[in-house]
Design a protein around this ligand. Structure first.
Ligand code: FES
Ligand SMILES: [Fe+2]
Length: 442
């Protein structure tokens, strides 16, 4: 019996029943996937405890002893750099009686000591000691401290982003990202010095299922000129730009997706900081040398992206965020501002100001989205509403071959192809007993 099968206090949806909820050929999806507890429990096991999940940017844990706490699904973790300069991801759950070991959001520490009975752990997760250690040694047969460290995840990074997985059978991070690395580089690799997160992490809570914002960012350009138009008018004095349908692409690989144009500064203009737009324009030739002409035109262009399952970003607006599940109907949003590490400090400050104005919890554009996402989730509770299948059929016949763009590429601005790919990956993972059954999983 697999470990996950031992947890049978809830009804596990079968692969067949899940396939009935998500019909990707027809582009129809049941709202039940945004509401049902049993689906959510399965997601925690088969998506969050199985996939590579973003946990930190390297700039957040630069020095030995630097740490931060975050979550993988609903499991708390500590991301810590050890004295050996290695970053480890440790389960934030004491093996003694299960208390959270570290309460701080971030800091620098030599060790982590549990509040409850004083067990103390190194930055490498090893159990270093506890009060009354001799009593354990004298009265617990086979007592071995080396077996009582914090559970460790596998850790790997891609150009500054640190990911972790608790699944020893998961493919390598490179395989997990696949062709999507080409698109990630538009965010992460436009400058030799790489990127950093500006200090500070804003957290807010939205009463929505985590997949609603994740699928919005993966490719929902359709909502922008409706949902965000009044915000754009109020802020910029003009509505959301109306790009030509065939000047915009969607691309996806392994469920990760990005929708984008080649207008170079469409997103960046939204920041309302002309110097940032200027900075992007001035660097076009440098970026073209590094990433090619096509990607040099994507750096600040209109678009959005989600790396499956919960890491989203807007190139050009330089907001990075994760949609952390807190139950089927609640999401904790964490946001950061990402910048080129070697950018002038005045440009970094302008990115920070622009993002706060637009895509922070009080930002004009962020606020537009939350209410819609909460209502998409809430309506899925209704008996009759749950009988209908939601429409995800835009662009069913829009796939194109493009000589430079890798992955599955679709043309036309209004398109649900990335959303279908996102839910296709979701379905593949939920239906599989382990990675060997996930198409392309090994
Ligand atoms: S629960 Fe951590 S020391 Fe007891
Ligand atoms: Fe939006």
């Amino acid at each position: 019996m697999s470990a996950e099968c031992q947890d049978e206090a809830w009804a596990r949806p079968s692969a067949q029943s899940l396939r009935e909820l998500v019909d990707l050929e027809a582009g129809r999806i049941s709202p039940r996937i945004f509401w049902d507890e049993s689906i959510y429990r399965l997601e925690l096991e088969r998506i969050f405890a199985r996939c590579w999940i973003f946990v930190a940017h390297e700039s957040q844990v630069k020095l030995p002893g630097d740490f931060l706490t975050t979550t993988i699904g609903e499991d708390g973790v500590i991301v810590a750099r050890g004295a050996d300069d290695q970053v480890r991801v440790l389960l934030n759950a004491c093996p003694h009686r299960g208390n959270r070991v570290c309460f701080a959001e971030a800091g620098n520490a030599r060790r982590f000591t549990c509040n409850y009975h004083g067990w103390s752990f190194g930055r490498d997760g090893a159990l270093l000691g506890m009060p009354a250690e001799e009593v354990y040694e004298q009265t617990c047969p086979g007592f071995d401290k080396s077996e009582l460290g914090l559970v460790q995840a596998r850790v790997a990074s891609y150009k500054g982003l640190i990911f972790a997985t608790f699944d020893p059978g998961a493919p390598s991070l490179d395989d997990f990202l696949g062709d999507y690395r080409w698109y990630l580089d538009v965010l992460l690799d436009t400058d030799e010095g790489g990127t950093e997160f500006l200090p500070g992490n804003i957290k807010s809570v939205i009463d929505c299922n985590w997949k609603v914002p994740a699928e919005n960012f993966v490719g929902d350009s359709l909502h922008a000129q409706w949902t965000h138009n009044s915000g754009a008018v109020a802020m910029l004095g003009t509505g959301v730009g109306k790009a030509k349908q065939d000047s915009v692409y969607q691309a996806n690989a392994n469920g990760h997706g990005m929708q984008f144009g080649f207008d170079m500064v469409g997103n960046a203009m939204t920041l309302g900081e002309p110097e940032v737009v200027q900075y992007i324009r001035e660097r076009e030739a440098l970026v073209a040398e590094r990433l090619g002409k096509l990607r040099s035109r994507m750096v600040g262009a209109m678009g959005s992206a989600t790396l499956f399952p919960t890491f989203s970003f807007l190139a050009g607006l330089n907001t990075v965020r994760t949609w952390n599940p807190r139950g089927p109907h609640r999401t904790e949003l964490h946001t950061w501002v990402i910048v080129n590490r070697d950018a002038p400090s005045s440009i970094k400050e302008k990115y920070r100001r622009g993002v706060m104005r637009t895509f922070s919890p009080s930002g004009t554009l962020e606020m537009d989205d939350g209410e819609n996402w909460e209502n998409v989730t809430r309506t899925a509770a209704g008996v009759v509403a749950r009988r209908q299948k939601l429409h995800y059929a835009l662009g069913l016949r829009s796939q194109v071959q493009h000589e430079e763009l890798p992955g599955n590429v679709h043309q036309r601005k209004f398109n649900d192809s990335n959303q279908r790919a996102f839910f296709g990956r979701w379905l593949d993972l939920l239906a599989a007993e382990d990675w060997s059954q996930v198409p392309g999983g090994r």
